[in-house]
Design a binder for this molecule. Structure first.
Ligand code: VG1
Ligand code: CO
Length: 544
């Protein structure tokens, strides 16, 4: 096959963020932009030559064109084989699973996750390593460095490669295998959970559920697993056709963006269980009838009940959470006598702990939970875990969570996002706040006293790598916390995230309104960081 070597010049903005490189579609469609980044992956990861690569994405606008470009570049860069999901589709957890089962040297996942899609929306690309997980910082750093030096890329002049029919074909020397994107993943889920018990629950006549696929990648997965294999009635999966623009919606599973599901779950005759997933299928939102389960609580409940699930019957080796995630899971780990690790935000930091067998479950406050079955967060896995739990405990979602609070106390928790702040202002806010930290310890705010204030850094216990600047923390003597960080996934300006948490153990104080229960801390957060003045915003744009 004829190979073109195309001259190019570096783009200076190809530094991967929390989860890969995310930009507006218009950026990715500039001549050479995608090609430069893909060549930078190949240049910085020489072990890919002669190996197998997994390729797929969430089906958003530009997915199909990007798949064709990457296939032709893989061929020109002497990749031995590319395994690609039919239609160029693979959810993030399904891609992780395929990398692992195929023994691939890595994978390229095309997604901007929960960011909006379509021609005016966002696109993204991330590289996963041989363990199936997102590339660690050493690898993303090498890709970024290569992107600053790239002066040519290699691409085969091949005709369009058929990705719409399952089977093997050749593109020059390279083999392309198109696989059903759902099958292996659905088998994996069936191997972890008690499908007969879940089937009985769904057929009991006293239980209904809805899953909102948000016109994103999980539609076909949820239909196969929930409606086909588990026999839930047709219509259980809402918005199940994947659309290139997600039907004009933001594929972010929270009550703001999954509005119809929210109305249903808070309405009369609500289903017993509601759930949603995001653009690439790695996030999950869990709802009971009239009841929202905060992601941090969800993680803690899953850990506390894992022994009831076939795959985790033998117990958990340990657990981990990202730093801003609430300490609800820490309380469970304490009770179970297992270690609990605290990592920076982003799934890549869990990889070593999982590979090293130190943890079984992990999660983030941003609607992400998973286990050692893959190396990504996994939306449908979390939904099936809850469904299995409901089937075994035979209790409503709200009762399961309330009983959890009775035993461990409740970690009231919220995240306030201030979006599209001018970057200079956001940086100024963070550096001014950091400058006040030496004076904070010992200072009183009403009944609260600051224990410490620091800039979170993490030393990976497996490879000793250090990551600094991972979020500003104000820790109070009673265990309350306020955390500030800037998002690493946005594509317009900066997003300030403020995370607020308070532990309540008085058993008659567990059912308060979340925002009200946190009002004092929210007030402190606003004043210490001078948020109103420095962002020019009176209120957060999104509250979760
Ligand atoms: C956000 C979340 C983080 C998550 C990341 C990717 O990052 O806070 O917890 O891992 O998105 O999730 P940031 O830097 O914007 O806070 V996903 O579903 O986009 O792959
Ligand atoms: Co996602």
């Amino acid at each position: 096959m004829e190979i073109s070597v195309v001259s190019t010049r570096p783009f200076t903005d190809q530094k991967p963020g929390t989860s890969g490189l995310r930009k507006q579609v218009s950026s990715f469609r500039r001549p050479h932009y995608l090609e430069n980044f893909v060549q930078s992956i190949f240049d910085s990861q020489p072990m890919l030559r002669g190996s197998e690569l997994v390729l797929g994405g969430d089906g958003r606008f530009f997915n199909r064109e990007a798949v064709q470009i990457i296939l032709r570049m893989a061929c020109a860069n002497e990749i031995r084989k590319v395994t690609v999901g039919r239609g160029g589709i693979l959810s993030t957890p399904a891609a992780s699973h395929l990398i692992r089962t195929r023994g691939a040297a890595g994978g390229i996942v095309l997604s901007a996750s929960h960011n909006p899609g379509g021609p005016g929306g966002d696109f993204g690309i991330k590289f996963n390593v041989a363990n199936g997980g997102p590339a660690p910082e050493s690898v993303t750093g090498a890709i970024h460095a290569a992107s600053l030096e790239v002066d040519h890329y290699r691409i085969a002049r091949s005709p369009h490669i058929d990705i719409d029919h399952v089977g093997r074909r050749q593109a020059g020397e390279m083999e392309v295998e198109v696989v059903d994107p759902v099958h292996d993943y659905a088998d994996l889920m069936e191997s972890l959970f008690d499908f007969p018990a879940m089937r009985d629950l769904l057929h009991s006549g006293s239980f209904t559920m809805r899953f909102d696929a948000m016109h994103a990648v999980t539609g076909p997965y949820a239909e196969e697993i929930l409606e086909q294999r588990l026999g839930a009635p047709a219509g259980t999966v809402m918005r199940k056709e994947p659309l290139a623009d997600f039907g004009g919606c933001h594929p972010d599973p929270n009550l703001t963006h999954a509005r119809e599901l929210g109305q249903l779950m808070y309405g009369r005759g609500a289903p017993d269980f509601g759930a949603a997933s995001d653009g690439d299928g790695d996030r999950n939102m869990i709802l009971g009838a009239g009841f929202f389960v905060s992601p941090s609580d969800s993680l803690a409940v899953l850990a506390a009940n894992a022994h009831l699930i076939p795959a985790y019957r033998g117990g958990l080796k340990g657990v981990a959470r990202s730093m801003p995630t609430s300490q609800a899971i820490d309380a469970v780990a304490d009770a179970l006598g297992i270690p609990c690790y605290e990592t920076p935000t982003g799934w890549k930091f869990f990889g070593n702990l999982l590979d090293d067998g130190r943890i079984t479950l992990c999660g983030e406050e941003s609607f992400g939970t998973s286990s050692d079955h893959v190396r990504e967060k996994d939306g449908l896995w979390a939904v099936l875990f809850w469904l299995n739990l409901i089937a075994v405990r035979n209790q409503p979602v709200a009762t399961i969570v309330r009983e959890h609070w009775q035993r461990y106390g409740r970690h009231y928790y919220t995240r306030h996002d201030y979006e599209e702040i001018e970057s200079g202002r956001a940086d100024a806010l963070m550096s001014r706040l950091r400058a006040t930290f030496p004076e904070l310890p010992g200072r009183r705010f009403g009944s609260l006293r600051v224990r410490t204030a620091d800039d979170f850094s993490y030393r990976d216990p497996v490879d000793d790598s250090v990551s600094t600047g991972q979020g500003l923390r104000i820790l109070f003597e009673d265990g309350s916390r306020i955390i500030f960080r800037l998002s690493g996934t946005g594509t317009m300006g900066a997003t300030l995230r403020v995370y607020v948490e308070r532990h309540e153990t008085r058993t008659d104080q567990l059912d308060e309104d979340n925002q009200a229960a946190l009002a004092a801390l929210i007030e402190i957060a606003g004043s210490v960081a001078d948020i109103r003045n420095l962002t020019g915003k009176d209120a957060p744009d999104v509250i979760t």
